[in-house]
Design a protein around this ligand. Structure first.
Ligand SMILES: [Zn+2]
Length: 437
């Protein structure tokens, strides 16, 4: 699909343009010009003189902003949304995993189309995704049209290591952050990877230039397993194995002490904060206010649908704000402007793609969303960041462009057969349920 001839110039005119550029400029009205998949210009005022062949998109009544960046998810697991609720981690996994094991690779393909399209439709244009079955998931992400960095999950404790599959993903998709879909390295977690494997992954990252995505300090049993191996904490384990650094994104970081927060900050390690999933499965909130105060770099993720259950990054900004205030016992922390950065520019920095995405600036790729501003729940507009974080929903998103391709128009995908997708989802679940008591 990327091989087609360049589309005509698109002029998005008449909207309120929230750039998220370094000066955090907003233009009302503003114009975004998209050419050859990239942003040719962003600025105030009316549309430029019309050229032959221009596609002029009337964005009057819309807020135009960069697409959101989901820094931690497992898109295909949309297929397992709503299976189990109100259960501790172990009971939840015992219920879900046997059904996952019965699924076929093609089910994960359709799960990815389902979850990926849901996110795209709701304004997420970039994801960091890691799972098995990347041979079907990567093409599905590519088909949905998302920007993505993808990792094949690597373990070697109690499971066979599939390093060859991790390497094959990197060979197939490359690690160049300029590529819309590219690969990273995905060690599962400190307790499910031996120290030897973690060190091997650091060496491989240095050799290939791949970024590293890992779960970290997500459960009490993880910490107990690490203590048995001589590590006093998950972040300390990452330090001891060379896995802290600005090229590492550590998801969750729920169980970290002050010294580990200092380590994360000092090394420039990114945290992918997933507050809804953490609350639901672990009944815990990461000490995100303390992390920000210490200078830790934080992006935002939805984690997977079974523990969220939607993958709406607008909802996640709100949840991060609310739980962050409760966790810190301080209503002044997690200001709205900061939450908006976590879901846009900082998400792009975490994924190493900030030269290409995360803000509306000339020279970046055109990952753009436009929200209808007329919903009653959005009125009146006083503070744009406050409205986006605490009032807006993914369903307010009406138009989405990724790499300049106008994929969602008036809320509808133009490139995926939605009734066919719903049929596939129903068919898969008829088969997975067959034989269950
Ligand atoms: Zn995860």
């Amino acid at each position: 699909m990327d091989d087609r001839s360049p589309p005509p110039r698109q002029v998005l005119a008449g909207g309120v343009v929230v750039t998220m550029n370094a000066a955090r400029e907003t233009f009302s009205p503003g114009v975004v010009v998209i050419e050859n998949g990239g942003i040719a210009s962003v600025g105030p005022g009316p549309a430029p003189a019309r050229r032959d062949g221009d596609v002029v998109v009337d964005c009057g009544g819309h807020l135009v902003m960069p697409g959101l960046v989901n820094a931690h998810t497992h898109t295909c697991m949309a297929l397992f949304r709503g299976l189990r609720e109100d259960a501790p981690r172990d009971a939840w996994a015992a219920y879900t995993l046997p059904r996952q094991d019965r699924a076929r690779p093609e089910d994960y393909y359709w799960g990815t189309i389902l979850g990926g399209l849901e996110m795209l439709q709701h304004g997420v244009t970039t994801v960091a995704d890691r799972f098995g079955h990347m041979d079907v998931i990567a093409p599905a992400i590519h088909t949905v049209g998302l920007r993505a960095v993808l990792c094949h999950t690597l373990y070697d404790v109690d499971r066979p290591l599939e390093l060859d599959r991790g390497r094959a993903l990197i060979e197939r998709w490359g690690v160049d952050p300029a590529r819309r879909v590219h690969a990273g390295l995905g060690p599962h977690a400190p307790d499910t990877c031996s120290d030897r494997l973690l060190r091997q992954i650091r060496a491989l990252a240095n050799d290939t230039g791949a970024r590293i995505f890992i779960h970290c300090a997500q459960s009490a049993p993880e910490l107990a397993a690490l203590r048995a191996r001589g590590h006093q904490g998950a972040v300390r384990c990452l330090r001891d194995t060379g896995l802290l650094g600005p090229d590492v994104v550590a998801a969750h970081c729920l169980y970290v002490d002050a010294e580990e927060i200092r380590l994360l900050a000092e090394t420039g390690t990114w945290v992918a904060h997933c507050p809804a999933s953490n609350a639901k499965i672990e009944a815990r909130v990461a000490p995100v206010a303390a992390m920000l105060r210490a200078g830790v770099r934080v992006a935002l993720g939805t984690d997977w649908a079974p523990t969220n259950n939607g993958m709406d990054l607008f909802d996640e900004m709100k949840t991060a704000g609310l739980l962050g205030k409760v966790g810190a016992d301080d209503p002044t922390v997690l200001p709205v402007a900061r939450l908006l950065e976590m879901a846009t520019v900082d998400g792009a920095r975490a994924l190493g793609i900030d030269a290409h995405a995360g803000s509306l600036e000339a020279g970046k790729r055109a990952d753009v969303i436009a929200l209808a501003m007329d919903g009653l729940h959005l009125q009146p507009w006083h503070d744009v960041a406050a409205t986006l974080v605490y009032s807006a929903k993914g369903q307010d998103v009406r138009h989405v462009w990724v790499d300049g391709r106008w994929l969602i128009r008036d809320g509808r995908p133009v490139h995926v057969d939605v009734p066919g997708l719903l049929d596939e989802t129903a068919r898969i679940w008829r088969r997975l349920r067959a034989g269950e008591a």
